[in-house]
Design a protein around this ligand. Sequence first.
Ligand SMILES: Cc1cc2nc3c(=O)[nH]c(=O)nc-3n(C[C@H](O)[C@H](O)[C@H](O)COP(=O)(O)O)c2cc1C
Length: 216
Amino acid sequence: MLPNFFNSTTPQSNQQSPEPMNTETKPRKRIVVAITGATGAIMGIKTLLALRHLNIETHLILSKWGEATLKHETDYKPSALKALAAHTHSIHDMAAPISSGSFKADGMIIVPCSMKTLASINSGVCDDLISRTADVMLKERRRVVLVARETPLSEIHLRNMLGVTRAGAVVFPPVPAFYIRPASVEELVEQSVGRILDLFDLDTGGFERWGGKLCT
Ligand SMILES: Cc1cc2nc3c(=O)[nH]c(=O)nc-3n(C[C@H](O)[C@H](O)[C@H](O)COP(=O)(O)O)c2cc1C
């Protein structure tokens, strides 16, 4: 039986979202989560829910177009989204703690990541807190995962993906795994979020893993 902490993707049920697990003996991890204006705000919500369940200290940055897609695609108000994170930072606040390498953090997830933010990171243009924080994480050799969402991909997108990969980031397009035989879009999203958090050695336990048995 899989845990149901993922099932809190409406503001109402969010109020009953589970308490973080008791992990007193372990130092608390810190992860920056940025939500940008690519379609797929639900992936950002589910990432925050999963990290909350895992007792990770999250720092949320929401772009202007991330906020627009959140409102368009979900029932979440920005305030309800921000309540899922331990800390939130304005995208304009270039003096936020996370904009410095001296602030200890375990990494950053941009979910979903627009082609515009991908391009900003690849070019090194740090003109907002999302691209600045990603730049800092990369220079500090920390884990950066870009859930880059666009289709089809142009040569410009592909070049930017190669560029950030060479700089140390992981490009993780939210491509579904149909072998789990998903009963819903939610299950597909949960599988992707689970695989994203695998990259931080975090196990949501909230999705089916490939077990090696084909139905023949
Ligand atoms: C409904 C909607 C869906 C969008 N989906 C995508 C997308 O999937 N990928 C993408 O790169 N841009 C998408 N865009 C365009 C971005 O929002 C736009 O490029 C914006 O400037 C990104 O800025 P940001 O990265 O600061 O959020 C979408 C825009 C809207 C309004």
